[in-house]
Design a protein around this ligand. Structure first.
Ligand code: KG4
Ligand code: ZN
Length: 337
């Protein structure tokens, strides 16, 4: 079995995965959303202190399995340095004291492997990753060969949902709030611009749309003056513009990539309105759509463990005395390390 730890942002999570058949033996996650909500976003210092409390509590529950561990895995990039370090400290302590190998996992590769929790890998695969930190389309050929085909030049999808919710005076995380409000709104009430609509560039951009939302709120007299219906209409119109943008650029990728399997992963892939749009697009292009179960879309250690099983088989071990946070620069294109 492999014990995996995730602490890249505001979720403390530990999982135990059986190497032989990918079975998820144990999984627990403590989310800090409530603690960060009043700040309208994640406060790194507070997040790391909460990980320091929550991770040992979860480990206590995983104790019955600790004698059967063959390896330990931990997310070491990308994420908040101070929170990643909490997971890394725990993982390297376990690796050294139990004298078992250590695996360092790239968080985004973990999101991709959320598709394969308790399942076999499906490769090659085209993936749209929409999370709080990233928006990318990735060609996945193997564990080691993942190529970024398109990426956001500014905000990510999750971030744009969070910022829109904040602008209309609502809490954090904004994604689920906006999705729910949108159900009661008119998506044609506001004509928000679809980003990069006339650009040939295959990339994502969400900061212009955010600005358009800000201007619409100002025109209505500011967040305090918004009626409940205004909020629902803004949410629905914003979500529609995000969907049209994602679909337009994905279509361009579909025209140039003939891989049959396509997946949407990451926190924002829990959005059913966006999922539905991809079901229709995939049908049109004869592609098979894959998504992770809703509980594994946002950050969790089960996806880190699933990736770790494959990395373990390839013996991609790291030195527990050397492991550190890797400071990842946002890449325009190229290999996902
Ligand atoms: O993957 P994730 O848990 O963390 C990162 O790796 O960043 O993604 C979190 C993001 C947040 O920005 C959150 O607002 C967004 O995913 N999100 C959603 C939905 N649920 C979560 N965005 C849109 N619709 C949702 N239903
Ligand atoms: Zn994530």
């Amino acid at each position: 079995m492999i014990l995996s730890i995730e602490s890249s942002c505001d979720d403390s999570s530990i999982a135990i995965t059986k190497i032989e058949n990918n079975e998820l033996i144990f999984h627990k996650k403590i989310s800090q959303e409530k603690e960060h909500a009043c700040y309208g976003g994640v406060v790194p210092e507070l997040a790391s202190r909460l990980h320091a409390i929550d991770l040992p509590n979860i480990l206590e529950e995983a104790k019955p399995y600790l004698d059967d561990l063959k390896a330990v895995a931990v997310t070491n990039q990308p994420g908040l340095s101070v929170t990643l370090l909490e997971g890394i400290a725990m993982a390297k302590t376990i690796a050294i004291t139990k004298n078992i190998p250590l695996l360092a996992v790239h968080h985004l590769k973990g999101h991709i492997y959320s598709l394969f929790i308790e399942k076999e890998e499906i490769l090659p695969l085209l993936v749209l990753l929409i999370s709080g930190g990233h928006t990318q389309i990735i060609r996945v050929e193997s564990l080691e060969k993942m190529t970024i085909l398109a990426t956001s030049i500014d905000d990510s999808v999750g971030e744009s949902f969070d910022k829109t919710a904040k602008m209309i005076g609502l809490g954090y995380p904004g994604g689920p709030i906006i999705e729910q409000l949108a159900l009661k709104g008119d998506e044609n009430a506001f004509a928000f611009p679809v980003p990069l609509r006339n650009a040939q560039l295959i990339a994502f951009s969400l900061s212009g749309l955010k600005n358009a939302v800000r201007l619409a709120i100002e025109a209505l007299g500011g967040a305090e003056q918004l009626t409940e219906q205004n909020r629902c209409d803004i949410a629905a119109s914003f979500q529609k513009a995000v969907k049209l943008h994602l679909i337009q650029k994905s279509k361009k990728i579909f025209e140039q990539e003939n891989i049959k399997d396509f997946a949407v992963v990451g926190g924002a892939s829990a959005n059913l309105y966006i999922r539905k749009a991809y079901e229709e697009l995939c049908k049109k292009f004869g592609k098979k759509l894959h998504t992770a179960p809703l509980e594994f879309c946002s950050d969790n250690a089960a996806m880190i463990g699933r990736y770790a099983v494959e990395a373990y088989k390839k013996e991609l071990f790291v030195d527990p005395y050397e492991i550190d946070v890797v400071h990842t620069k946002k890449r325009q294109s190229g290999t996902l390390l």
